[in-house]
Design a protein around this ligand. Structure first.
Ligand code: IPM
Ligand code: MG
Length: 356
């Protein structure tokens, strides 16, 4: 198959980790007889420096015209004081919105080889953590009306969190379908004891639960979820939640594995166009040093093959290669353990490619 991939390498370690994912995709091309065509577009701080905006209109069009988008990371202290409208993160939100990427899948998996990296006790981790957060990505307080105004002599800021039934229903369907493909267990996270948006969320999820009778469904409040993720994380399989709760809980969940550098993500639309990125940030402190962990990006490329291109065997090949490299004891600094072999970012990419 021929596929057009727009590459948004971004800032900090973005270009290094993306280069390793492309190295791995090159090997997949050769091995499975595909053709991947890459178009590079600047995003985030590097785009602000060159064009004065975090992504150009032309860059956005290139994303829309491709079969999928691979992203490294955006942002860094250099651009922290940019006005809100041109901050690096703004481009990320704009791409999500313009490409209609409403469903964000964030798998959290504790690799058996890295079990010791979890900050949780062994008896809590049990046989391993393997859960998936389905985060609504184009609605809620991130995209609702916002303003800062002066009232009675002081500044008052307001962010509104709107959710309509169709937005809740479509993310709900993704979550139920995903649960059907995993262990048929779904928890919907909300704050229905306080928020109207959550009450509508819960009502809509209950309607869907009637359609998916095979799925063991439950509601859970977001504050309790934050606690249960630490107390008993293995009770969860698929979690579905609104945009901001998902932002917070996915960072919390990723830390259970002790290795945020390993975690991939997929942002999906109603077509096969998706965006794939590691969940960690641009790590400006180690940028350009060839020490970053590229596995989160490499595993994101595997998700791209699975979800956008329907290439399940190719995705399996990447995931198996990552497992093999970990089995063989290779580790970047962030996941280094006694007795293992320390590798650089580019060596890690070479090793994964070699094992495909
Ligand atoms: C994430 C990030 C983004 C978000 C930021 C960079 C805007 O934290 O992808 O989780 O809040 O969605
Ligand atoms: Mg976040």
């Amino acid at each position: 198959m021929n596929k057009k991939i727009t590459v948004l390498a971004g800032d900090g370690i973005g270009p290094e980790i993306v280069a390793e994912a492309i190295k791995v995709l090159d090997k997949i091309e050769k091995k499975f007889g595909h053709k991947f065509e890459y178009t590079y577009v600047d995003i985030g701080g590097c785009s602000i420096d060159k064009y004065g905006v975090p992504i150009t209109e032309e860059g956005m069009q290139l994303c829309k015209q491709s079969d999928s988008v691979l992203l490294g990371a955006v942002g860094g202290p250099k651009w922290d004081n940019c006005p809100p409208a041109i901050r690096p993160e703004k481009a990320l939100l704009a791409v999500r919105k313009e490409l209609g990427l409403f469903a964000n899948l964030r798998p959290t998996k504790l690799f058996a080889q890295l079990a010791d990296s979890s900050p949780l006790k062994k008896e809590i981790v049990g046989n391993g953590i393997d859960l998936l957060i389905v985060r609504e990505l184009t609605g809620g307080v991130y995209f609702g009306p916002k303003k800062t105004e002066e009232i009675d002599g002081e500044l008052v800021a307001t962010d509104i969190m709107p959710y309509s039934e169709h937005e809740i229903e479509r993310i709900g369907r993704v979550a139920f379908e995903t649960a059907m493909k995993r262990s048929k267990k779904l928890a919907s996270v909300d704050k229905a004891n306080v928020l109207d948006t959550s009450r509508l969320w819960r009502k809509t999820m209950h309607r869907l639960a009637e359609e998916y009778k095979e799925v063991e469904y439950s509601d859970i409040l977001v504050d309790n979820t934050a606690m249960q993720l630490i107390k008993n994380p293995t009770q969860f399989d698929v979690l579905v939640t609104e945009n901001m709760f998902g932002d917070i809980l996915s960072d919390e969940a990723s830390m259970l594995t002790g290795s945020i550098g390993m975690m991939p993500s997929a942002s999906l639309s109603s077509t096969t166009l998706g965006m794939y990125e590691p969940i960690h940030g641009s790590a400006p402190d180690i940028a350009g040093m060839n020490v970053a962990n590229p596995l989160g990006t490499i595993l994101s490329a595997a998700m791209m093959l699975r979800y956008s291109f329907d290439m399940a065997s190719e995705a399996d090949a990447i995931e198996n290669a990552v497992n093999k490299v970990l089995d063989d004891g290779y580790r970047t600094g962030d996941i280094m353990q006694a007795g293992c072999k320390k590798t650089t970012c580019s060596e890690m990419g070479d090793l994964v490619a070699k094992n495909i």
